[in-house]
Design a protein around this ligand. Structure first.
Ligand code: SF4
Length: 447
């Protein structure tokens, strides 16, 4: 499929889920937004701008909110970050822009940059004004982008603004990758991800859905297009390798989150265990609570100090009612055909620093659903045979241009950095889009 322009309408039917997964940070009312915008000091050399991987001109867009120029504000945001709407909702602002706000130095609350950004972007969408940029004059060049997530979307937008044809190939039926399928609904609703992508189609970004790109398909695309961008993200969530893992009632966090966001999963059973302690594990645990589970445990082999989830995510999970089991490791999933328990071993630290099970301290947690969230593998098998240089399964790139060891191939996002934030993927895609356009121009000049 290509040339589609209304993905937003395909989110219909998820209203009940949207209600259960109400906004984590409710939107600003107009008066509150303007009041907050007036609090900003419009700093010169603003640290909030430096802390944003896409370097949005924060004081400029906030000043435009203060003066009532909401369309201009949204344009400022989109100029730096074409996925400014989803980043406004999904970014961990506490550790990025808001974490860097000078207000901290004066013992004041930081400016609520994320909510202001959302206010401007929501206003643009509500006004129906559309994408404030137009495609560049056609260069006659074309790029195939593999994967439809944030890195590819950002790369495609940069290419279109420079007159390069951009065609995205994705295995799923809808665009957006993790933005659409993998971020907790209370942070970024599926519908909002699609609404934002509708704007990109106004730039002429084209999509081919339900298209798996394997090694053979890649060769075909390489021949047909002037360059290839790899934005394939990460692979499947790791398995535990323990008895009972194949039972009904064992799933992984990404499938669980994608399932309820797309409407395939409407409820959770009474007792749920989520294995892992990263941000995705927390998203899955909170989702289980909101889907009706009575008791949700997060199970982690170390203590709270070592968990990889942000501190604010941990606090949020506790507020949602998630319980934590520290210093335990799963040893067996119990059940006949369906899961009914998870056997756990208590762990202690041995003299050499390794974690070892405590003798006679195993116990069984009664559960109906086990959700694995113990990190993802890479998804680069189709690049074997030296197509591009890999390091521990990650694609090696020039960080300034996104170019790989193979000049015709560029890459960005999780497949190059091992899994970071949406805004990091957008920054990568943006850099690569510019890098590809410059490289294509050089090829043309040397031809
Ligand atoms: Fe405004 Fe804070 Fe950024 Fe300064 S650092 S421009 S006060 S948001």
């Amino acid at each position: 499929m290509s040339g589609a322009t209304n993905f937003y309408s395909k989110a219909a039917g998820t209203a009940e889920i949207a209600e259960r997964f109400g906004d984590l940070h409710p939107p600003f009312e107009k008066t509150a937004a303007v009041t907050e915008a007036h609090r900003c000091l419009y700093c010169f050399d603003a640290p909030c701008m430096g802390a944003c991987p896409t370097h949005i001109d924060v004081p400029k867009f906030i000043k435009k909110i203060a003066s009532g120029n909401l369309e201009g504000s949204a344009k400022t945001i989109l100029d730096a970050n074409i996925l400014g709407a989803s980043c406004a909702r999904a970014c961990p602002v506490d550790v990025l822009c808001e974490g860097a706000c000078v207000m901290h130095r004066y013992n004041k609350q930081p400016i609520e940059i994320g909510r202001l950004q959302r206010f401007a972007m929501d206003a643009l969408h509500a006004s129906g004004a559309g994408m404030p940029f137009t495609p560049g004059a056609a260069t006659g060049k074309s790029v195939a982008l593999i994967g439809g997530g944030p890195a590819s979307l950002a790369c495609a937008a940069e290419l279109r603004r420079r007159g390069v044809r951009a065609e995205i190939f994705d295995a799923r039926p809808l665009p957006g990758g993790l933005n659409t399928y993998g971020i907790a609904e209370y942070k970024l609703p599926l519908a909002e991800s699609l609404r934002e992508i509708d704007l990109l189609t106004e730039l002429g970004v084209e999509f081919h859905f339900e298209t798996v790109v394997d090694a053979a398909k890649l060769v075909e695309l390489e021949t047909r297009y002037d360059a290839v961008f790899l934005g394939v993200g990460l692979g499947a969530i790791h398995e535990l390798g323990i008895v009972g893992e194949e039972l009904e009632g064992v799933t992984n966090a990404l499938d669980f989150i994608a399932g309820y966001k797309s409407g395939a999963i409407e409820s959770a059973p009474a007792k749920v265990a989520v294995i892992g302690a990263g941000n995705t594990a927390i998203d899955a645990a909170n989702a289980a609570v909101r889907l009706g589970a009575d008791e949700v445990h997060m199970v982690y082999r170390r203590g709270p100090e070592q968990m990889s989830a942000f501190a604010f995510e941990y606090e949020h999970a506790m507020r949602e009612g998630v319980k934590f089991l520290w210093n335990v490791a799963p040893v067996k999933v119990a059940g006949t055909t369906k899961v009914h328990g998870l056997e756990l071993a208590r762990l202690e630290t041995s003299a050499d620093g390794s974690l070892v099970p405590m003798q006679g301290e195993n116990f069984v947690l009664a559960v109906d659903l086990v959700v694995l969230a113990i990190g993802q593998g890479t998804h680069t098998d189709f690049l074997l045979d030296g197509k591009v240089q890999l390091e521990r399964g990650r694609i090696v790139i020039d960080r300034a241009t996104g170019q790989t060891s193979n000049a015709k191939y560029f890459a960005g996002g999780d497949c190059t950095n091992g899994g970071r934030e949406v805004v990091d993927a957008v920054a990568d895609g943006k850099r690569a889009g510019i890098g590809i356009a410059v490289w294509l121009e050089g090829q043309h000049a040397n031809a």
